[in-house]
Design a protein around this ligand. Structure first.
Ligand code: Q46
Ligand code: ZN
Ligand code: ZN
Length: 305
């Protein structure tokens, strides 16, 4: 197999794109593709301030790496969740994120949930009605609240996350199985800003997980290679396995599933967002927009502690 660009021996073969590249050209191709999608979906410009949510995993660290290589103003945000059962997931991912930022002289905000809000994610989950069984619902709520808060307090225009195509296809698959209209409406490469909330973007949404893996490995970026212990047995992992089966029989199936959805959404298959936005009001406690009557879900959970 030869590199399409230079004809040397190819190192990465992407059946889904009918494209093979050598190391050098692969490491150029990923940032070029990302740049293309940033422009295509009008995610942000070089004059805007970007906050990248980094978990220490391969996707978010690669995204931060790509954005700074491409000359964007991107700072990082690491949220310490206090999940240290098993392999010290939180402390290890924080260590790797700090090391990544220090090497490149990048600005990193660190929010320690226990220090700032009085409990770790597993502790919150134990005490709150939401978290019975699995802490992921509480965790998602806290992460969203913290990301929105830091973006607002420090004046960032955009919040970028490292969701890749496999993540997006799995979310889409789950939402489609239940025709979750409101979620389908909100899923996409860009969620526009609303009063009090920064724009949210996913620059890697069209890049396969294995392509991101090849990117970190070829660059030698150190990342946390094990998942959060609470992700074991999750439905999203199950959906990813199903989609991988489909992809191995029909290369490109994941991408076309996601892209056809974006087309359908653009053509107005799903209802307008306007009405949903109109129902939002600022939470009387933290000021973040919410559709819940009275306190937002985060402040309600905090008040139950
Ligand atoms: S970090 Fe949090 Fe995930 Fe762990 S507790 Fe669940 S949601 S699995 S992305
Ligand atoms: Zn080449
Ligand atoms: Zn609130």
């Amino acid at each position: 197999m030869k590199c399409r660009t230079c004809g040397q021996k190819a190192l990465v073969n992407m059946r889904q794109h009918k494209l093979a590249l050598c190391k050098e050209h692969y490491l150029e191709w990923i940032p070029d593709q990302t740049e293309r999608f940033i422009e295509k979906y009008k995610m942000f410009t070089r004059t805007e301030k970007i906050l990248v949510a980094v978990s220490g995993g391969k996707d978010s660290l690669s995204l931060w790496d790509i954005l700074q290589r491409q000359g964007y103003q991107a700072d990082g945000l690491y949220i310490c969740l206090g999940i240290d059962a098993g392999l010290n997931y939180s402390s290890e991912s924080q260590r790797l994120t700090e090391k990544f930022a220090a090497r490149r002289n990048l600005k990193l905000h660190i929010v320690d949930v226990q220090k700032e809000y009085g409990a770790t994610i597993p502790q919150f989950a134990q005490k709150s009605r939401r978290g019975r069984g699995k802490p992921c619902s509480v965790c998602g709520l806290v992460k969203r609240h913290v990301m929105n808060r830091i973006a607002r307090d420090f004046g960032y225009d955009v919040l970028a996350t490292g969701h890749n195509l496999d993540d997006e296809a799995a979310i889409l698959f789950g939402n489609t199985l239940s025709w979750a209209g409101e979620y389908l409406l909100r899923q996409g490469p860009v969620l526009p800003e609303t009063p009090g909330l920064a724009r949210k973007v996913k620059p890697l949404c069209r890049i396969y997980e294995r392509e991101m893996l090849a990117y970190v490995l070829l660059h030698g970026i150190e990342y946390i290679y094990y998942e959060c212990p609470f992700s074991a047995g999750s439905t999203s992992i199950y959906y990813k396995q199903l989609l991988n089966k489909l992809e191995s029989d029909r290369p490109g199936a994941k991408l076309s599933f996601y892209l056809s959805f974006l087309e359908a959404r653009k053509s107005g298959l799903f209802a307008e967002r306007q009405e949903i936005q109109a129902e939002l009001h600022p939470c009387p406690n933290c000021g973040q927009p919410t559709s819940a009557p009275g306190l937002c879900s985060f402040c309600r959970m905090m008040s139950q502690q």
